[in-house]
Design a protein around this ligand. Structure first.
Ligand code: HAH
Length: 321
C-alpha cells in the first residue's frame, strides 16, 4: 500500500499527533505514513513545568527520541495558552517577571528540542469565540496586557530565530472569528512582530465546516503573506454539541467522512505553495481525544485509520488523485 507521506511528498509534510502510548501502539502507521509528529500534550507547559523550577521532560524526550530514530520532524505545541498551564506560573507575577519567566521557559524547552522541532505554536487560541470580544480573557492578557502576543513572538524569535513561529487556533473558519484572527495577525505584522504563520486546527465533523469555507479562510489568511499549517485535523462523526452515541459507524457515515477528507485534501493540494504541513490530531481510531471530548467516554472515529489500524475509506479518497 502506498504511504501518505510518499504520495504527498511534492505537496506538504503529513503529520500526526502522538503520545507515549501511540508511539508504541501505532508505531508502524506513524513510521510508514507520516514525516512529522506533534506531541498531543507532552510539550505543553503543564506537562513540562511540573513545579516551580521543576521540569519533567521524560515524556517529551521519549517522543523526540522516537522522532529522531525514525527520521520524523516535530511541530512544537505549545508555549503560551490559557489552558494546560499551571496556576503557579502566574502567581505573584508582574509584567516584567512573567516576561522573564516565559523567556527562560522558551529558552529551556526551545533549546532542548532545537534539532528536531521545525516550528512552534508560540501562542494557542488567544482569540475569543464570542462575537463581541476580540481577545480571550486570560492570565496572559491580565498580566502582560492586550498586546501580549507582540511580546511573546518577539521573545520567541530572539531565542529561536531559525524556527517558523505560528499562531494556532480553532473555529478558524467561523466568519466572525476568522476576521478577528486576520485583523489581529495583520496588526501584529504591521507592527513588525515576527509571526511566520497561522495554524488552522481544523477540528471538523461530517456536518462541516465544508471545503468552500476552508478555502475562503485559507485565502484570507494567505493574503497576509504568511504560511499556513493545518495543525489538528480530524473529522468527527457527530455534530458539535451532540452527545449521542453510536455502536459502530455504518458505511454511510464513513462515506460522508471520506467525502469531507477528500474535499479538504483537494483544497490543501491547491494551496501547496502556502501550506507546508498538514497534521492529523491522532493516528488511528483506536485512540482519539474525541473519545472524551466534548462528551466523556463517547467513542468517536475521526481519523484515517480504523481501530485495527487498517485504512478507512477516507484514506483511499485522499491518496487517489
Ligand atoms: C485543541 N483545542 C488544542 O490545541 C490541543 O492542544 C488539544 O490537545 C486538543 C484540541 C481545541 C478546542 C476545541 O476544538 C474546542 C474547544 C476548545 C478547544
Amino acid at each position: 500500500m502506498i504511504s501518505l507521506k510518499e504520495k504527498y511528498k511534492d505537496y506538504f509534510k503529513v503529520g500526526a499527533a502522538v503520545n507515549t502510548r501511540t508511539i508504541k501502539s501505532n508505531s508502524n502507521l506513524i513510521i510508514k505514513h507520516f514525516n512529522s509528529i506533534t506531541c498531543e500534550n507532552e510539550m505543553k507547559v503543564s506537562s513540562i513545568a511540573v513545579g516551580k523550577d521543576q521540569y519533567d521532560f521524560t515524556a517529551a524526550d521519549e517522543i523526540v527520541a522516537f522522532a529522531i530514530k525514525n527520521d520524523l520532524l516535530v511541530r512544537g505545541h505549545t508555549f503560551v495558552w490559557h489552558n494546560q498551564t499551571p496556576d503557579w506560573f502566574f502567581e505573584g507575577m508582574d509584567r516584567k517577571q512573567l516576561l522573564e519567566r516565559i523567556k527562560s521557559y522558551i529558552t529551556l524547552v526551545g533549546n532542548r528540542y532545537r534539532e528536531q522541532v521545525f516550528c512552534w505554536d508560540v501562542v494557542n487560541e488567544a482569540i475569543e469565540d464570542k462575537a463581541d470580544t476580540v481577545l480571550r480573557r486570560s492570565k496572559w492578557v491580565d498580566i502582560l496586557g492586550e498586546r501580549f502576543m507582540d511580546d511573546i513572538f518577539r521573545i520567541a524569535k530572539e531565542i529561536l530565530p531559525e524556527k517558523k513561529l505560528f499562531y494556532n487556533d480553532y473555529n478558524e473558519t467561523n466568519p466572525a472569528k476568522r476576521v478577528k484572527i486576520y485583523n489581529t495577525i495583520k496588526a501584529m505584522k504591521d507592527r513588525g512582530v515576527p509571526v511566520d504563520g497561522i495554524g488552522m486546527q481544523c477540528h471538523s465533523s461530517i456536518y462541516g465546516p465544508y471545503a468552500d469555507e476552508l478555502k475562503e479562510t485559507i485565502e484570507l489568511y494567505a493574503s497576509l503573506g504568511i504560511q499556513i499549517h493545518i495543525t489538528e485535523l480530524d473529522v468527527s462523526l457527530f455534530e458539535f454539541g451532540d452527545h449521542s452515541r453510536i455502536e459502530k459507524p455504518d458505511a454511510k457515515l464513513l462515506d460522508k467522512q471520506a467525502k469531507i477528507y477528500e474535499d479538504y485534501f483537494k483544497i490543501f493540494r491547491e494551496y501547496k505553495e502556502i501550506i507546508e504541513c498538514v497534521t492529523l490530531w491522532g493516528v488511528a481510531d483506536d485512540y482519539t481525544w474525541l473519545d472524551n471530548f466534548p462528551a466523556r467516554n463517547r467513542k468517536n472515529w475521526p481519523l484515517l485509520f480504523d481501530e485495527e489500524n487498517n485504512p478507512k475509506e477516507a484514506f483511499y479518497r485522499i491518496i487517489n488523485f
